[in-house]
Design a protein around this ligand. Structure first.
Ligand code: ATP
Ligand code: MG
Length: 491
């Protein structure tokens, strides 16, 4: 629909243009024609005037002859002078009618030549005015000698004018035809060019329409794809949001589970240590019982100083039991403390106290290498002690069957970190366990003695502190665990 309207418009413009061009060309031809006609008229005027002068000059010859043949002198002389005047007027008209330089030159020459002849005739006739009529013919001889060549020269000048006029007319004719042909050729060529231009414009227009249509289609496709992608994205986004929500829930569950696992680990440790702990407590309790009986007997006997000494021993033993119970209470507390600067010495002392019954039972040497007691790490007291207890207990377990039973603890500074190395002279970590050492429920201990949680929980705790827990079996034998934590410097 739109395409047809545009073609019609283009067609109309072209037709108007061609029509205008044709009108202009025809008008041009018409003007040229007019100009040519007026030029032609000038040529005709020139010819007529020339012929008139030619005739008059002939008349001058005839009058002169008449006089010389004895005609009426006065009449013919009068006529001769009059005709000379007419010739002068004719030359004036001729001069005005001539346009081209060559014509003017020819006319000028003819005027001079004619004037020479006419003046000569009049002069000659004036001279024979008083000669009797029958003797005037004597002058003819002289006339023929001088005036006739002048007359001939004058006529030759007229012929030159006429010839030139003819020539110019022919040339003008040819020029006119040439111009018309040229104009027609120009119109035809212009028409062809316009047609070609019209064709090309039409083709280009069609191509552009097609390109536009293709572009519109591509644009629509793109928009559709964008809409699809947006829908996809919205869907993905909502799925992602759901996933994030699920992940957060999972994370929450995981944190709770992990805390529970840590707690369970601690309780498991306590459960496993309960025999040792109860032994540690029951031993002083039995002693207290004995010392109380002793004190009673001594008081009955009145031996007060001895009784007081017994009571002092009872008090110290009670303190010891109190300390053990306090450690257990602290260790089993659920809520985690905040990360803070922890004294390594204190943490090691507390952990040692918890494993003390087992150590004593197995007769293991716990060798804590001297180190700067003010050293601190960034950790959380209870959980850090829990890690130390786990590692010490593992070492004690590995030493139960050994002859050389030693646990060595070294603490060294490696700015900005502190390395705590717990090594033992035990069996070393079984090869098959090493790749999964820090995974949960990996144990080589008989059921009831190990859950396989100690190292998993310890690794998790140290990682949470921003530190590292690694293990290896040194060439010298036994196992070696290294805790790396950031040093905490007061102030
Ligand atoms: N110092 C060590 N020497 C030799 N083997 C060790 C040592 N520490 C750990 N292991 C090995 O690594 C295993 C995993 O230790 P982990 O502390 O995680 O669990 P567990 O001691 O078996 O049980 P749980 O600690 O839960 O009571 C142990 O069963 C043991 O085989
Ligand atoms: Mg363990």
């Amino acid at each position: 629909m739109g395409i047809n309207r545009n073609i019609a418009f283009l067609g109309s413009v072209t037709i108007i243009f061609v029509t205008l061009a044709a009108v202009v060309a025809l008008w041009g031809i018409y003007s040229l024609n007019n100009a040519f006609i007026s030029l032609h008229q000038y040529e005709i005027t020139t010819k007529i005037e020339t012929i008139k002068i030619f005739r008059d000059v002939n008349y001058v010859s005839r009058l002169t002859r008449n006089i010389m043949l004895g005609s009426d002198y006065d009449d013919d002389m009068q006529e001769l002078v009059a005709i000379a005047g007419t010739i002068t007027e004719s030359f004036d008209t001729l001069t005005r009618a001539t346009r081209s330089a060559i014509d003017q030159k020819l006319v000028k020459q003819a005027r001079i030549d004619t004037a020479a002849f006419v003046d000569n005739c009049i002069e000659r006739m004036k001279r024979i005015k008083d000669v009797p009529a029958d003797q005037r013919n004597n002058a003819y001889k002289n006339y023929r000698k001088v005036a006739t060549p002048l007359a001939m020269k004058s006529r030759a000048s007229f012929r030159a004018i006429i010839q030139n006029a003819d020539l110019r007319f022919d040339m003008g004719n040819k020029q006119f035809e040439k111009t018309i042909y040229r104009t027609l050729i120009i119109i035809v060529v212009a028409g062809i060019l316009i047609a070609v231009f019209f064709q090309l414009s039409l083709r280009r227009y069609k191509e552009r329409r097609m390109e536009e249509a293709a572009l519109r289609k591509a644009h629509q496709r793109l928009e559709q794809r964008i809409a699809e992608r947006t829908a996809d994205l919205v869907l993905t986004n909502s799925t992602l949001l759901e996933k994030i929500k699920a992940l957060k829930t999972t994370e929450h569950i995981l944190r709770e589970s992990r805390d529970n696992a840590v707690q369970a680990g601690k309780l498991a440790v306590l459960g496993q240590m309960s025999a040792g702990i109860s032994h540690e407590i029951s031993h002083p309790l039995t002693a207290i019982h004995t010392f109380t009986d002793n004190a009673t007997n001594l008081l009955e006997r009145g031996d007060v100083p001895e009784a007081l000494e017994n009571l002092g021993i009872i008090s110290r033993m009670t303190d010891r039991i109190g300390a053990i119970v306090a450690e257990i209470k602290l260790f089993s507390r659920k809520s985690p403390d905040k990360k803070q600067a922890i004294s390594i010495v204190n943490a090691l002392n507390h952990a040692s106290m918890l494993v003390e019954p087992q150590r004593r039972q197995l007769d293991v040497i716990l060798d804590v290498q001297p180190f700067q007691e003010t050293l601190q790490v960034w950790a959380e007291v209870v959980r850090f002690e829990q890690v130390l207890v786990n590692l010490l207990r593992n070492s004690l377990d590995a030493l139960s069957e050994q002859s050389n039973k030693r646990i060595t603890v070294t603490v060294t500074r490696h700015e900005p970190e502190i390395h705590i190395v717990i090594s033992d002279t035990g069996t070393g970590i079984p090869e098959e366990v090493i790749p999964r050492l820090f995974e949960s429920f990996v144990t080589t201990k008989p059921s009831g003695q190990g859950l396989g949680l100690g190292l998993a929980i310890s690794h998790m705790i140290i990682t949470e502190f921003g530190g590292k827990l690694t293990a290896r079996n040194p060439d010298a034998g036994g196992a070696e665990f290294t805790i790396v934590l950031k040093e905490a410097i007061d102030g």
